[in-house]
Design a protein around this ligand. Structure first.
Ligand code: GLA
Length: 333
């Protein structure tokens, strides 16, 4: 029996560095993704990839995914370690997702592997399994947004995810706007340690003011440490911007949506300290173009990509992404 599992990548429109404190995010699954085709058989997982060197060969009792080689096999090993399937898998990985360009190719790979192996469960259950796989594979204490989006994508819609209870509300995307992902080409070198530091700072702030997802800007007065205050101000204000952005889309006010993206970028730059000069300059350059409503860094930051909301055809660089359906698995014969 041949199994085919597909999982899309994602881009985050707004709601950055809010997922791991139970906040709001507004990503969308894109038309690019990872497809795995093969058979559930044998006693190890063996995958060849059309984009990456070397097969991934993973024993079912793998215990340290972070040491698997080649490096992409770590994500496969992470899922195997978390799912503990009782059978192996032999197959092929095909990807239309560029690696390392901020479209979450690793989350798409994890979700496709989980579905190919036959992992069952609700989107939040499968997503958190894949999140743990990513954390074990990469050593980065990432949130659950990327995996949730890949599973819960809805054609033509972005996904408003409340990361406290992982409920998803589809939000219709306007047809008169285009979403473009522009890679700065800058490697995300500090992503690992910087991400963990930010997460730690948010947790320290929560020790004092309680869950940031419930906090208001007035609560910032209770934070004496200027760094924790800035981190918390980003998260609290960003949660507000996600809701304001959803309202702007509902009203068809793309100008207001774009200004919220600019405010998100400024907050990530000035309060959360995850931007870089290359990202700031590219955001400014793109925003100045005719027909561009807004641009901001997307994903973890420390380099990487920008997401741009623009009139169709206004941005000549980058990858146009379309709001697309989520992951699926089927039996071919
Ligand atoms: C990375 C993580 C996500 C999220 C973003 C920042 O993409 O994988 O969980 O925290 O950074 O919003």
């Amino acid at each position: 029996m041949t199994i085919e599992a597909y999982a899309p990548g994602r881009v985050n429109l707004i709601g950055e560095h809010t997922d791991y404190t139970g906040g709001l995010v507004l990503p969308m699954a894109v038309q690019l993704g990872v497809t795995i085709t093969g058979e559930r058989t044998g006693n190890r997982v063996v995958l060849e990839s059309d984009l990456q060197e070397g097969p991934a060969i993973v024993e079912l009792d793998v215990d340290d995914p972070a040491t698997a080689e080649p490096a992409w096999a770590r994500y496969v090993a992470g899922v195997v370690a978390e799912a503990r399937p009782t059978h192996g898998f032999i197959g092929q990985v095909r990807s239309t997702l560029p690696v390392g360009q901020g479209l979450s190719s690793s989350a798409a790979l994890e979700v496709a592997v989980a579905l190919a192996l036959g992992v069952q469960g609700t989107a939040p259950e499968v997503a958190t399994l894949c999140q743990r796989a990513e954390q074990r594979a990469s050593g980065v204490p990432c949130g659950v947004m990327d995996q949730m989006t890949s599973l819960a994508g809805v054609e033509g819609h972005a996904a408003l995810i409340d990361c406290t209870n992982l409920t998803v509300t589809p939000v219709e995307m306007p047809e008169k706007a285009e979403v473009v992902v522009v890679d700065t080409g800058e490697p995300r070198t500090l992503a690992g340690s910087g991400y963990a530091d930010r997460r730690g700072e948010c947790e320290a702030a929560q020790q004092i003011v309680g869950p940031l997802s419930q906090a208001s800007l007035d609560d910032l007065d209770r934070l004496d440490d200027p760094v924790l205050k800035r981190r918390a101000r980003h998260v609290i204000s960003e949660n507000g911007r996600v809701l304001a952005f959803v309202n702007a889309l509902a009203e068809g006010d793309l100008g207001a949506a774009g200004r919220l993206m600019a405010a998100s970028h400024a907050s990530l730059r000035d309060d959360f300290d995850v931007s870089t000069t290359a990202l700031d300059e590219a955001a400014e350059r793109l925003t100045a173009r005719k027909g561009v409503y807004g641009a901001r860094l997307t994903g973890g930051g420390f380099g990487g990509s920008l997401v741009v909301l623009a009139a169709p055809g206004a941005v000549k660089v980058g990858t146009v992404v379309r709001p697309s359906g989520g992951a699926r698995v089927r039996t071919l014969r």
